[in-house]
Design a protein around this ligand. Structure first.
Ligand code: PEP
Ligand code: MG
Length: 315
């Protein structure tokens, strides 16, 4: 009966002892936004804007983009919406942003690297986002994909400011950025961990190759160590650091991530309820003990088991 009562829990994300953890949705289109906005979520933690353009042969105009962004921002009112600028390249090829064949596209000119080659794309997108924010009064945060070093974060934050974007951040999905997150957070407003790519680059294992899925498992202690380093940067700088990769949607892992220090979790909207329930069953101290136990484990299986052993029996 206790489990059933808890699964109906509504409202914001919070641990048993009152630590707030924002629970946000991952979206790719305006339709996704409208569906997610009708659900019990606190906003959007990852708007993958490249999804809007996967079928386009030509670059979307400022007006086309502005219209879509306004729809998304209106759907969420004053709830936060974190928009990611175009993440083209590697597993997300865009016809109009194709720079030709690359030997290793996942290690190539993708994400922010591509935006710096095609500054026209970046500038149009930032102008469209700023205009849509102004028109709707939305609580808009904008972040860049595939940032590896501080200079890139600085470049992006400068561009955002120049184009009238008030809150600028970076994704942390490259191990170098996670290890030096303090340096990166010093020059921007927030960061969001992309655990899908962070895992791919940590284990040198292509996320598109099913055969390597075992290596990419998010319970790997090495990955948890890297996430811990990234979260330390959040603590040192006092800036928010969230998770927007698939890991945040697993209730047990969500507890570990909170124990490591993240302030928000973004996931497929259908996963929010289970994560919310898990949070309300555990206090922050337990989450921290779970994170320590998972990091002490020698492999992914033992890490998960160590967390189960500390979890409320309802889980
Ligand atoms: C990630 O890499 O974890 C992420 C959230 O971005 P994407 O899956 O779109 O690369
Ligand atoms: Mg990514």
């Amino acid at each position: 009966r206790r489990a059933a009562a808890l699964s109906n829990v509504r409202g914001h994300g919070v641990t048993k002892d009152g630590t707030r953890v924002q629970l946000l949705a991952n979206i790719g289109t305006a339709e996704d936004a409208e569906r997610a906005a009708a659900e019990d979520c606190e906003g959007v933690g990852l708007f993958r804007t490249e999804v809007l353009f996967l079928d386009s042969d030509t670059a979307p105009t400022l007006e086309e983009q502005q219209e879509t962004y306004e729809r998304v921002f209106r759907a969420f009112g004053d709830r936060k919406v974190v928009v990611r600028t175009l993440d083209a390249g590697a597993d997300k090829p865009l016809a109009f942003a194709n720079l030709g064949e690359e030997e290793n596209p996942a290690l190539g000119v993708r994400g922010l690297r591509l935006q710096r080659r095609r500054t026209d794309l970046l500038e149009t997108q930032l102008d469209a986002l700023a205009a849509a924010q102004k028109a709707t009064g939305g609580n808009v945060w904008v972040m860049a994909p595939m940032v590896a070093i501080r200079e890139e974060a600085q470049f992006f934050a400068d561009q955002c400011r120049k184009h009238g974007i008030k809150v600028a951040g970076t994704m942390i999905e490259v191990p170098a950025a996670a290890i030096r997150s303090t340096d990166i957070l010093e020059v921007c407003d927030f960061a969001s961990l992309g655990t899908n790519d962070l895992s791919q680059y940590t284990f040198a294992a292509d996320r598109m190759q099913g055969e390597l899925a075992g290596l990419l498992g998010i319970w790997q202690p090495a990955l948890l160590d890297i996430i811990k380093m990234a979260c330390d940067g959040g603590r040192i700088t006092g800036k928010p650091i969230g998770v927007c990769g698939e890991a945040g949607g697993d209730p047990l892992l969500a507890l570990v991530l909170c124990g490591l220090g993240v302030s928000s979790l973004s996931m497929a909207v259908g996963k929010i309820k289970a994560v919310k329930t898990a949070l309300r069953l555990h206090d922050l101290g337990t989450c921290q003990r779970m994170a320590d136990a998972a990091r002490r484990a020698k492999d992914a299986k033992d890490a998960r088991q160590a967390v189960i052993d500390l979890a409320d029996p309802v889980m």
